[in-house]
Every structure is written in C-alpha cells, then in structure tokens.
Design a protein around this ligand. Sequence first.
Ligand code: FES
Ligand SMILES: [Fe+2]
Length: 432
Amino acid sequence: MTSTTKVIHGPGVPECVGGSISVEPYHSEESFKKERDHIFRKCWLNVCRTRDVPEPDSYFVRDLAMIGTSILVMRGEDGVIRAFHNVCAHRLNKVVWNESGACPKKGIQCTFHGWRYKSDGKLAGAPDRAEFPNFDASANGLTPIDCETWNGFVFINLDPQHEVGLREYLGEFGDILEEYPFEKLVPMSSYRIEIEANWKVVLDAFSEGYHVPFTHGPTLPDFIDTSLYHMHQIGLFERHHYGSTPANPDSLYSNSALPYLPLDPKVEEARPEMERIMSAFSRSNPAPEFHPDRLPEGVNPTKTKRFGFDLWTCFPNVVAIVSSRLMTHHFWPISPTRTVLESKIYAPDVAGIRDYLFHQFRNIVIREAVREDVKNPEETQRVLDSGARSHMLLSRQEALIQHFAWVRSKYVDSASEGNPTPGTDLLKSVAA
Ligand code: FES
Ligand SMILES: [Fe+2]
C-alpha cells in the first residue's frame, strides 16, 4: 500500500519521490576530489559547539583530513569565537596538537621554534626575531577563517569569497529550528567510529527508516510494520531537508514523549523487567520545556501523537535527530572509502539517579543501534567497485537520499565545465 507521506518540495527543488541515482559518486576518486573542492571547501561546516570553547582563551581543534588541514577555534579574551588555520606562520608546523584546552596568557606556543600566538590569533612572540629581515609581527599571526555561530553551533567557511552568510546558508533548517532550545540540552554520550565506506554511503544509511525493521531488529524490535517507519512528512529545500518520523507509541526507545504520558498498565505488564524499571524512571522528571506540545511549531510538522523525531540533514555532513532530545551525527570524509562518524546524544540535564539511569539505558540502546547502522555501509562499499549495477534504486521513503544527491550535484556539477544545468542527470534518472 502506498504511503500517505506528504513530500514538500521547496522552490526549485525537483520532484523526489523515488527513482534511481548513479553509484559513481560513492566510490570514485574523481568525485571525492570534486566534493572536497566544491562542497567542503565552499560550504559552511559545523566544526564544534560553542560549549566546546566555553571560556575566554579556551580552544578546540577540528582536523579536516579530507582537506589536509586542521582548524583551530578559539574564544578570545573578549569572548568572541574565531577560527584559524592551525598552521604556524613561520615554517607551517601544526601549532596545537591536542583536541582542546586553554590558551596560556603568554600565548599558545609552536613546538618547533617557539613562536607564540594569543587567543585572538595575533602573534605574541617570536624568538630571535631580530634575525628575520623586516619582520612584521602584524602580518604573521594565525591565518583567520570565516567563522559564525548559530544556536550554539560553530560553523566555518574555508572559502574567503563565500557567497552567502551562515544564516542565509542555513535557510529552512535555521528558520524551523531557530527557537528549538538547543542550549538547554546537555551532552550525555558521544561515539567516534571510523568506517571503511564513502561518507555518503554512511550518511544515506541514516537518512531513511526503511532499514529499521531489518537492520535494527535486535535493538529496536518495535518498528515492525510500515506504519511505524513510513515518514509522516518530508521537506526538501535548497540545501537541507527533513523527514518527520513516527514512533511506536509504546516504545521506550523511539517515543520521546513517553516520559510525559501516563502508561497503559497492560503495556507495562508486557514489558521485560528491565524495561519496566526504566519506564518507571522515565516518568521521574520530564523537562517541561521539552514536552512535545511545547516544542517549536515546525518540529513534528504534522502534529501527530505518534511523533518519533524529525530527521534533519544540514548539508553537507550533519544529521540532527530532533525531538524532546537531540542526537547529532557528523560524517567526516577521510578518503573515498573511509569516513569518521561522530555521534553525540544530548538530553535535558539529569536531576538525580533515576534520570541518570534512564538516560544511560537509552544511551546503551542507541549505541547498539549505531553499531548496527555502520555494518551495512562497509559491506556496501566492498562491492561498489564490482560494476554489477550502475545505479541504485530508491523508494518514496528514500526521498532524502535522492534530494541529497540533487543538492550534491548542484555544487559539484555547477562547478564543472560544460554542465550548465546542475542536477540534470539526476532529474533524467528520476524520470527514467
Ligand atoms: S614552525 Fe612554528 S615556530 Fe617554527
Ligand atoms: Fe539506523
């Protein structure tokens, strides 16, 4: 039976309701290089949260292996967050080697010859500087990178000529989630997984619910029929998209409204002991601002009672799973067949041991589900080169993957000679 999923296409977005897309971008070296130059060097990239640089002089390092660079995000003494290439102005050594820390008052020191930099990027000292002819300290600070923040997320843009500012770039993603109280959620757990697969093979695996009954049978046994994994609504925009995804109303894992609902005693009886205990905990202290009815208007757009979460992709490499909690996945490309997945779970702060145990229970279930998610992409990648199929087939429920391919193609193809109409290939394949 065809789903009732409503698909909203933003202005200029081609119809994405199933079809086929080429597998070439998923394994070719050439495509990877184009993505590096025309996507990752051009788009706004979320490199950390403002909470990663909480105080003046704190810093955070994001290595971008795909681009062969490292980014140093620092909060200056004036409280302003700035980003720099993590590269010494002397002989280009990497200045900061660890992931985070505090810039000393006399400045961060390069290990090679001892040049020092303040948290605003200015050069603070260079030993034996009289030996450098016409030395200009003001021209030898750290190289700045455009950096802006939105709702506690720190973004950089490596293109000094970038066409739009961050807020415009975020478009509907920013509009719809502007009022979501991100800052009231605290980190609960995080995972970093290196996967032998192209970044898009991995990202696609997080962009539909079709796989859930099969891939997640062992950990999420509650998604058993299509009514539980067909999306309620899909929104496809200029760059970003969402799929609003149902919950099993009785599930401790998928229904984030559960802590706010009275539970049916019959359901309670049927639960295994562990779940029964945990569901009791779950009612201990729900955070009122995250009650499903108080989430911003655009979250759970159909206002269904069977709301699981809105699965957002902020192009190019962030998936945010938004409900009464938040999970973010960042897909960091390493090579055409290697990706680092960084997953973080946020929830309202715990108020005691009961909340803490409940959160830990959910964290463990989600961790196992993520482990299941990353198994298929590695095996997919191992056979992609076979040439067995030139295209993959997408269902209506996989429209987010189709839309992503269109956005990607706009960036990559519009930069290529002789292809004046970005996304044309995709449209043809959809029609075919
Ligand atoms: S390379 Fe940094 S001080 Fe020489
Ligand atoms: Fe999954």
